[in-house]
Design a protein around this ligand. Structure first.
Ligand code: M6R
Length: 599
């Protein structure tokens, strides 16, 4: 996703900006640019591709003395990744960088074009700078013009704007996209999309809330409507990057609402799903899907198999990549071969992808790391935009994988006409609730912390669920075993009676996923069978269940996927709290690696 940096001070501004952008590379980008203002004149540079291309373009440019600058790495949403579409965008005397989506840009653009404004790019962002200059004609005070501009924008944004008419000032605004401001005793001011570029530079930072607007100029930071709460920024990169959380895993669980929303940007519209990554020619002749993945990514794949078949009416076959490789699989050319991988480097998944390519299949990677081996090899890629995931136990990457797969299901359903427009619109409405609901799900953290002390012993855990809650049960069990080293298994709730129930006694812990929107009564019967054999039951459900020894009450929802995402958070928090109580390093569990590049 896009990254933003800004700098006000006396240091060499170009290097300051490009170094900052380098710290944001993990967010993914396809072009980059900077605008630097000194002694009233602005210079801007842009380049498609990696930051080394921008380095090359700016190699003969340097600044000396006080000035301001803004920089941006762009992940294309409106318009292709070209130099014209790269940020900063310019007006007659001002430049802007923006992260997010301006939903009403078309109507603003039309209004400005009617006034004779000429647009250079296909982006939504360019309207901001022209609107600002339009407002500047009506307001003597440039901050008032900036406020009037921001007032007219609908959507998500983090914006930095510089103007030759206010040569030592950076205007800023945030709504829905992250932005941090930092300062130090030398009078320097910094802006960035995450704290990574600020570490070692700023002494104090403030994490802006939605609705924040202001400007920074030499010796002054003006903010409305509330003053900013600056807090010290740890100088140690590791501590600072954890942002106050005990572990990266915890931070990543808390980031899920944001990354899931990032995954949707530019793809989920009010009544449509758009994947610029997939064109019609690519999908022609495809009538079935095969998905290969490992670990958590395999669980995301399995979840999607229910969605694809139910909603897009496409036969889907999901395989663990290491099994697929040696079974002499039958591959037919009407199959879209999808691989899912957080890292993009998992050897088994990569090899499975090579086999599919050799067999002449069309291949699609769903991946979190741009330019990874899997992304480079696949014919098409959908990036999941989870940002860098440091905890070995995957959390936010899984959330974004499932989100992308749900979107992809609806994309296919629409293309194949298996769902009506109304039904798709309805799904999209529920989908739009996910980020907020994920934030609300975190309320259960304290309860998980308290409950965790009761689950440190026993001879094993069974996570059980039905339908999409079966892969979620598998994922809950994997999370727990990875970081707590306790034995845990995921099972379809209806399968317990075919064998595993023999293990039931008070020391067998059943974690029952009991959503109200999907097969509640059926799951309940299965849990009753376990309870009758004295298994200790922890039910996760919006409805109290008499036979449960413990319960975690989830919010009532009207759609299974909303229940799915909330229960996912509960499982993650519970596993983490159990593992922390056991004294384990949840970020680096024993015997595991983040990227499994061996067979
Ligand atoms: O990078 P990948 O998604 O391809 O990795 C696959 C598995 O190694 C990975 O999901 C692993 O199971 C995680 N540790 C799960 O938390």
């Amino acid at each position: 996703m896009c990254g933003i940096v800004g700098y006000l001070g006396k240091r060499e501004i170009k290097s300051q900006l490009i170094d900052g952008l380098r710290e944001l590379e993990y967010r993914g980008y396809d072009s980059a640019g900077i605008a630097v203002m000194q002694q009233g004149s602005i210079q801007s540079f842009k380049a498609v591709g990696k930051l080394t291309n921008l380095d090359e373009k700016t190699k003969n440019f340097q600044t000396k003395g006080q000035g301001v600058g803004i920089g941006h790495t762009r992940w294309a949403t409106h318009g292709k990744p070209t130099e014209l579409n790269a940020h900063p965008h310019m007006g007659e005397y001002s430049y802007v960088v923006h992260n997010g989506i301006i939903e009403n840009y078309r109507e603003i653009k039309e209004m400005l074009e009617n006034e004779g404004v000429h647009f250079l790019s296909q982006t939504d962002t360019e309207v901001i700078v022209h609107l600002f200059e339009h407002e500047a004609k009506r307001h003597d005070d440039l901050f008032e013009a900036f406020k009037a501009t921001i007032d007219r924008l609908d959507g998500a944004y983090a914006v930095l704007l510089v103007s030759q008419k206010a040569p030592d000032t950076i205007f800023f605004a945030r709504n829905g996209s992250p932005m941090i401001i930092g300062k130090n005793a030398h009078g320097e001011v910094f802006f960035a999309s995450s704290d990574a570029p600020l570490i070692g530079e700023a002494e104090e930072v403030a994490y802006m809330e939605d609705g924040t607007i202001g400007y920074a100029t030499s010796g002054k930071i003006h903010v409305e409507p509330e003053p900013l709460q600056f807090v010290p920024l740890a100088g140690d990169k590791m501590t600072a990057q954890k942002g106050g959380y005990r572990f990266f895993m915890e931070k990543e669980i808390y980031e899920q609402y944001q990354v899931v929303s990032d995954a949707m940007i530019g793809r989920v519209l009010d009544d449509d799903i758009v994947f610029e990554e997939l064109d019609d020619a690519f999908l022609e002749g495809i009538s079935r899907i095969k998905i290969c993945a490992c670990g958590t990514s395999y669980h995301a794949a399995l979840t999607s198999s229910y969605l694809f078949e139910r909603q897009a009416k496409m036969p889907v076959n999901v395989e663990i990549a290491s099994e697929f490789r040696y079974k002499d699989p039958l591959l037919t050319e009407d199959t879209l071969f999808i691989v899912i991988s957080q890292s993009g480097e998992t050897a088994d998944t990569l090899e499975a992808l090579k086999m599919a390519k050799e067999a002449g299949l069309k291949t699609l990677a769903i991946c979190n790391v741009d330019n990874s081996s899997i992304v480079r090899l696949a014919d098409a890629t959908i990036l999941t935009r989870a940002g860098i995931e440091k905890g070995v136990a995957s959390t936010k990457a899984f959330a974004t994988q499932v989100m992308v797969l749900w979107m992809l299901t609806l994309f296919f359903a629409k293309k194949r006409g298996t769902m009506s427009d109304d039904a798709i619109r309805n799904e999209l409405l529920y989908m739009s609730y996910v980020p907020k609901d994920l934030k609300k799900s975190l309320e259960v953290h304290e309860k998980c912390k308290r409950l965790s002390k009761r689950y440190l012993h026993g001879h094993g855990f069974f996570f059980i669920g039905r339908d999409i809650f079966y892969p979620l049960a598998l994922e809950g069990a994997l999370k727990l075993k990875e970081i707590s080293y306790l034995h845990a298994e995921g099972y379809p709730a209806g399968e317990m009676k075919h064998g595993p129930i023999a293990l039931a006694d008070a020391e067998l812990f059943t974690i029952a996923l009991m959503p109200k929107t999907m097969l509640y009564d059926k799951t309940k019967s299965n849990v009753e069978e376990l309870s009758a054999r004295d298994s200790t039951i922890l039910s996760i459900s919006p409805e109290m269940f008499d036979l449960a020894d413990d319960f975690i009450l989830t919010h009532p929802h009207k759609h299974p996927m909303l229940e799915f995402f909330e229960m996912m958070v509960v499982e993650q928090l519970l596993a983490m709290e159990i593992a922390i109580r056991m004294g384990n390093d949840v970020d680096m569990p024993r015997n595991l690696a983040k990227s499994v590049t061996v067979e």
